[in-house]
Design a protein. Structure first.
Length: 564
């Protein structure tokens, strides 16, 4: 299988500007061929005309298209298998989003009060992905919601293949799809029920639409505006990639239509997205959540060195290949498969701009989180930029492979390395949180309807036990925030709030996640329960994660503690 780019077939061992010449050794023997003399045989008799466009350089034929699609289907099957091999109970974000979706459905369609306040702190609209996830959960449970994420990630890979093929060819597109499919973030998000998979799919769909309609009428660029705005609504941080999409549209249109028409299309797309997002902001109360989760997010304490190392190990291979692909594509437009035309090749500055924009996009999420000094969700967010850098990584793999698969061992080595990293890293990240398989049945024995509980974790118990009618979100207090008003209407928060609530026996039960490095609040709560003597330790369940060991503690209030 060989490929080419827009300039037609590239050189395959010969100069693309010269004709193909056959060098023939002198005829040995006493006589020349019958009917000819040596003097009559000239150099022109052994010169062939320019080779026709064949193979990957010509328009895709039925056989070539079929082969490429079969290979893509096999690749998607491998991606799905590697994602589905990951197993764990619901992560706190998964449980919270699905439960919030059920609450939003009750609020929007059944008139129930909106008690969760999800729109004040969610990193995406609670009326979009959570509602969809809850609808799927009602039919197929958490497994179904995770399969929905898998469908989104498979769709993103397929769309990546499609718009990469529009830029280059089938072989480059397959390489790009393969290196993206094996990335740890892709495998992880393919079996993880949060906003991210849906948002990445919508960004890929936006890019595909823009590349597809760029040469057409300027108004067609508006077709991608609702999709891009929807991606931002699903997860607010997706707005970070809107400039990349706009510049990508301008670059594609510029090559075919010139600067003026390209800028016109970019302006129309940008205006369309801006208007839609402006309407959404004016008609909702999401601005506070956008500030708290995205634009004005609290800074962490993770060191620059640790963040840089995480970025390198989770996305360094694909990013490095993208940088190599950008350099090689800038130096020479042809992908080096077979001889071809030079007149259709994009100019060097255009090639450099395309490679820089696509590859540089991979740095956006790491740079933002380094600025915030936080590693929270970095292993997920890094996948957004890798989607855009993957086409240039595909160019690098194609060049390493060489014309007519001259050096397949180089690509095989890179593929094995990418597969090894992706499988091991996704499994490690998927095993970071403790499995609550044994915690939930133990809680089900002790939790009664209407009881108030304090817990970490509490999202998982709420999700699993609410189906049994034992509890709901309003009856649980997190270890991260408390507003206790049990003493003469005085509102106490922080450590004082927890101390007062425990001393008064306000909670019917407490769940603590006692890992190798327990938090200060958990230690305070445990010490206070021991000091007051109002609670007893009911159960202790050990667990092991990919980063260490720990145990859950279930504390129950003594019968005479409440109100005494």
């Amino acid at each position: 299988m060989t490929t080419t780019d827009d300039r037609g077939p590239a050189t395959g061992g010969y100069d693309s500007e010269s004709t193909l010449q056959l060098r023939v050794a002198p005829v040995r023997g006493p006589h020349p061929a019958p009917g000819y003399t040596f003097d009559e045989i000239t150099r022109a008799d052994w010169v062939l005309g320019r080779m026709p466009d064949t193979g990957w350089s010509a328009a895709p034929g039925r056989r070539r298209t079929l082969v490429a699609r079969v290979l893509l289907a096999c690749l998607l099957l491998v991606q799905a298998t590697l994602s589905l091999r990951l197993h764990n109970s619901a992560f706190e974000d998964e449980a919270l989003y699905v439960y919030a979706g059920h609450a939003m459905i009750d609020h929007l369609f059944h008139g129930a009060p909106d008690y969760g306040g999800f729109d004040t702190y969610f990193s995406g609209s609670p009326a979009l992905y959570p509602v969809l996830a809850a609808w799927v959960d009602s039919a197929a449970g958490l497994t179904g919601v995770r399969l929905l994420s898998l469908a989104f990630m498979l769709g993103a890979t397929a769309l990546l293949y499609s718009f990469t093929r529009m830029f280059f060819n089938e072989r480059t597109a397959l390489c790009a799809a393969g290196i993206f499919a094996f990335a740890q973030s892709t495998l992880f998000l393919g079996n993880f029920a949060t906003y991210d998979a849906m948002s990445i799919f919508l960004l890929a769909l936006t890019a595909w639409i823009l590349v597809r309609v760029a040469p057409g009428h300027w108004a067609l660029s508006l077709a991608a505006a609702p999709v891009a705005a929807f991606a931002v609504g699903v997860k607010y941080a997706s707005a970070l990639y809107l400039p990349t999409l706009a510049v990508l549209l301008v670059l594609v249109a510029h090559r075919r239509l010139g600067t003026r028409q390209a800028l016109r299309r970019g302006a129309v797309f940008t205006a369309g997205v801006t208007v839609l997002l402006g309407i959404a902001l004016l008609s909702t109360d999401y601005l506070q959540a956008i500030r708290s989760t995205t634009t004005e997010r609290a800074h962490g304490t993770t060191s620059l060195l640790d963040l840089a190392w995480d970025c390198v190990r989770w996305g360094g291979l694909l990013f490095g290949l993208a940088c190599l692909g950008t350099v090689l594509y800038t130096r020479r437009a042809g992908l080096g498969e077979v001889p071809g035309r030079r007149w259709a090749a994009p100019v060097r500055n255009w090639r450099l701009a395309l490679g820089t924009v696509l590859t540089g996009t991979a740095l956006l999420a790491p740079a933002y989180q380094i600025h915030l000094q936080t590693s929270i969700s970095l292993h997920k967010h890094i996948g957004y930029g890798l989607l855009f850098a993957a086409p240039m990584a595909g160019v690098a793999l194609t060049r390493l492979m060489g014309a007519h698969f001259r050096l397949p061992q180089a690509v095989i080595a890179v593929g094995v390395l990418a597969l090894t990293f992706g499988m091991s890293q996704s499994a490690q990240n998927y095993g970071v949180w403790p499995d609550t398989t044994y915690l939930i049945p133990e809680l089900a024995k002790n939790v009664r309807p209407g009881q108030k509980w304090l817990g970490q974790p509490h999202e998982g118990p709420v999700y699993y036990l609410s189906d049994q009618g034992l509890t709901d979100y309003t009856l649980w207090t997190s270890i991260f925030y408390i507003d206790y008003a049990g003493r003469k209407d005085k509102h106490l928060s922080g450590p004082e709030g927890y101390r007062a609530a425990i001393e008064d026996g306000y909670f019917d039960g407490v769940v603590l996640d006692w890992s190798d490095q327990p938090g200060d609040v958990q230690a305070l709560i445990r010490d206070e329960m021991r000091r007051t003597g109002r609670y007893r330790l009911g159960s202790a369940l050990t667990y092991r994660t990919s980063v260490g060991t720990g145990h859950f503690e279930i504390w129950l209030r003594l019968p005479a503690a409440h109100g005494s």
